[in-house]
Design a protein. Structure first.
Length: 166
């Protein structure tokens, strides 16, 4: 009987550890920062070369005059831009080829489109988080149901064993 109680204690500890680790995983997966891109839309006034990293020996991308870029960040030597879905860098000395948007109506329309795109992206991210959270909670509930069933079965086995001993 004593070895049976030791086994039950070990099983309870194992179930407790599984539940604790499952809960911990759920909280870890839920901590997630959404990436938001900010910056200013600018037009390129003359052809320039952008680089894949802050190094002139990195891969080059030619940007033609009239293209629209998003300047995300700048430091003393480089402009960090987003162009056609790529993170690129422009030498600060070439920044004279980057000007503000010429047409105010076009600039407003682009800004409106950017805001619409941003709201769609935020909505999509929220939906993906809701789906992920739903999966996590379904898993947690399933684990808890299994744990309760295992507990009930183990208790009935223990009761049957103690009744047989009596």
């Amino acid at each position: 009987m004593s070895s049976y109680l030791n086994k039950m204690g070990k099983i309870r500890i194992a179930v407790g550890i599984v539940l604790f680790l499952g809960t911990l995983c759920c909280f870890c997966l839920n901590i997630n920062a959404s990436d938001q891109v900010t910056g200013s839309l600018q037009s390129v006034t003359e052809d320039i070369v952008a680089y894949d990293s802050m190094d002139v020996s990195a891969g080059k991308v030619d940007i033609k005059a009239g293209e629209i870029i998003l300047i995300a960040n700048e430091d003393s030597e480089w402009l960090h831009i987003l162009y056609q879905g790529s993170d690129l860098y422009i030498k600060k000395e070439d920044a004279s080829a980057v000007g503000s948007l010429e047409n105010e109506d076009a600039a407003k329309e682009l800004e409106k489109t950017a805001q619409t795109d941003k709201s769609w992206i935020e909505s999509y991210i929220a939906q993906m988080k809701a789906i992920r959270n739903g999966r996590i909670w379904r898993t947690v509930i399933a684990v808890m149901i299994v744990a309760v069933i295992v507990f009930i079965v183990m208790n009935s086995i223990r009761r049957n064993a103690s009744e047989k001993i009596k």
